[in-house]
Design a binder for this molecule. Sequence first.
Ligand code: NDP
Length: 244
Amino acid sequence: MTTDQNPSRVAVITGASSGIGEATARALVAAGLRVALLARRADRLQAIAGELGDAAIAIEADVTDRDALVAAAARVQDELGGADVLVNNAGVMLLGPFSSEQRADYRQMVEVNLLGAITATEVFLDQLRDGGGDLVNISSVAGRTARAGNAGYAATKWGVNGWSEGLRQELMPDVRVIVVEPGAVATELTDHITHEATKEATQDYVRDLAITAGDIAEVIAFAVTRPRRMTLNEILVRPTAQER
Ligand code: NDP
């Protein structure tokens, strides 16, 4: 495979304590990058970073807390020399019929999935620009097709897609913007759904269909190791048997 990327690049991954974020950390270290793992569950991050050895540091940070992200960026600069890749992966998917009972869920999804990604990017942007960086935004099939029961979640992922396209044009050619849109992936994502009937139905659906977090991580690792003359702008990855 041809690549003109510096193998000692540094990636910051939000939501690296489980699922796609954790798998991406492993895939990027296997590809020769060093990684900073960000999430709220410090114990999980420490365990993963411990396994990855010198190539990884763990930083407890909630993406809804700008001060925590600023402190994380300072550590990445000091300890790893700055970020070349930012993977905006932290997310929650709190599905259910639209109602006032779930208003806290809607606010949380916007604050984590959309504002969290925007804030992390704004905080790390100077580091990404310095030497040519990659911004990987984890969207979803729900960033392209909405359906009954996922309106709030789809709003955040459509938001990520629109924001990413604007940024792509604004940041080129210094920073490549790469949007990844997974279909059903087996992770902890559905565990947090608060509407019980929706949670059960979603877990049944995902159980039968899902691909692995490692499948998505390999795609991310491929995208960020391409020669800088090209960008995989938008990548839709569904299980082969997923209809929509
Ligand atoms: P997981 O629940 O396994 O991972 C979500 C990650 O986000 C965790 O590491 C969690 O860490 C972190 N997170 C949640 N809230 C915050 C917060 N406020 N601050 C920092 N980190 C936070 O699910 P996935 O791996 O599936 O999800 C990763 C991304 O992939 C999400 O953006 C999701 O929308 C997207 N996606 C997933 C699909 C799937 O089918 N699984 C399909 C399409 C997209 P912690 O709790 O420790 O903070």
